[in-house]
Design a protein around this ligand. Structure first.
Ligand SMILES: [Zn+2]
Length: 398
């Protein structure tokens, strides 16, 4: 099997080399047309067109989302269904400072490469267009509507300033506290008022104090979204929005209760009433999958991709909607360095996402994803180990 695998990987590599100019063009097109959260019309269209040209069967408006899609190509009966997830949303104001153009192009390249050999494989390949990673949780909506029902394993990559097969991500839940008080003239009859802004300020200060008694991985950060109408009116309404994050998915509800208690206490102290808005579900933390990560490590070597050595510094962590996918099926989200210095969500990172190094890494990433998929298609034991690892791994408390 080893010989056959290396023969197939050579084919995949050649296919991506042949296609490289077009993949770079598409990555640049997405980068030059930054579209935010659920408005990625041009970007999703560019990917769909390319997939159709390569004879994928495309379903637009997946899960009823206008910028989501699935593209599928079937091989011989009986193998796994493996998906490459494409992201392509930008950030408000600063464009593709998270480099999702690279994610879209790399998953497209991997899909096209696997498609070119799918007739010889047992299984199904998907490219799934997942919009709105930056805040909208496109993948979660798609999971909810059953888009991933047939898929066994999901693969994607993310550009970064370091290279890792796995990095933990934080579970996050947004929460909004809205306080309702009573308006009164702030000078003539303040005693008739109930001050909602005071409740917000007390909540903010209580959470600041709470932070000292929480585990180190917890992040609670917020902004005041409503402070009242005018200085001479006691605020009848005031609101504060928070994102609450922790590495430990199982701890999230307990943590949220502590945060809510801060707001409840503030409502009691000020005589205001508290409304809690949790209309957005948030992201789960990511569950790793060692067998697939080991396959990726091996493919890193084949492609001369150097992993960043482990360090004692625990770097900051974000949150990903790939976390939710990883709680449902084996999934990976490796990071590949396109710059050594600049972090994501900066102007410099945006420039790195269309630099020569960015393009080169996008092409290597496409190969890495395609190689890993062919490992899973060809090596039944690896596929079984990936499924077993998913079952055995509680994934929450890392
Ligand atoms: Zn991102």
């Amino acid at each position: 099997m080893k010989k056959e695998l290396s023969r197939l990987k050579k084919k995949l590599s050649l296919k991506i080399d042949e296609y490289s100019a077009r993949l770079i063009e598409i990555s640049e097109f997405i980068h030059n047309n930054p579209e935010i959260c659920f408005k990625e019309f041009k970007s999703s269209q560019a990917l769909i067109k390319e997939l159709q040209k390569n004879d994928f069967i495309v379903e637009k408006n997946a899960a009823g989302l206008k910028t989501a899609f699935t593209a599928v190509a079937r091989g011989k009966e009986g193998g796994p269904a493996i998906a490459f997830l494409a992201e392509y949303d930008a950030l408000p104001e600063i464009g593709h400072a998270c480099g999702h153009n690279i994610i879209g192009a790399a998953s497209l390249g991997a899909g096209i490469a696997i498609k070119s050999i799918i007739k010889d494989l047992k299984g199904i390949v998907y490219v799934v267009g997942t919009p709105a990673e930056e805040g909208g949780g496109g993948k979660i909506k798609m999971l909810g509507k059953g888009v991933f029902k047939e898929i066994d394993i999901s693969l994607m990559m993310h550009p970064f300033n370091k290279t890792y097969t796995f990095l933990p991500s934080l579970a996050v839940k947004p929460i909004e506290f809205i306080f309702h008080g009573k308006a009164a003239h702030a000078a003539i009859s303040p005693e008739e008022g109930l001050n909602a802004l005071d409740a917000v300020v007390q909540t903010y200060n209580s959470i600041n104090a709470l932070r000292l008694q929480l585990p180190g991985d917890v992040r609670i950060h917020g902004i005041i979204t409503d402070g009242g109408l005018a200085p001479n009116i006691i605020s009848a309404r005031a609101a504060v929005k928070y994102a609450v994050r922790t590495k430990n998915q199982n701890y999230l509800d307990e943590l949220l209760d502590k945060v809510k208690d801060c707001a409840r206490g503030a409502a009691l102290a000020t005589g205001t009433t508290l409304e809690i808005n949790q209309s957005w579900a948030g992201y789960d933390s990511i569950k790793n999958n060692l067998p697939i990560e080991n396959a990726i490590k091996n493919n890193f070597k084949l492609l001369s991709i150097k992993e960043t050595p482990p360090s004692m510094e625990s770097g900051g962590m974000g949150s990903l909607d790939m976390g939710n996918i990883s709680q449902i099926m084996p999934a990976v989200h490796p990071f590949l360095a396109i710059t050594d210095e600049f972090g994501v969500h900066t102007d410099q990172f945006r420039e790195a996402a269309i630099s020569t190094r960015g393009h080169e890494m996008m092409l290597k990433a496409a190969k890495m994803l395609a190689y890993t998929a062919v490992d899973l298609f060809m090596d039944k034991k690896l596929f079984e180990r990936a499924k077993q690892d998913f079952k055995n791994n509680p994934g929450f408390d890392m």
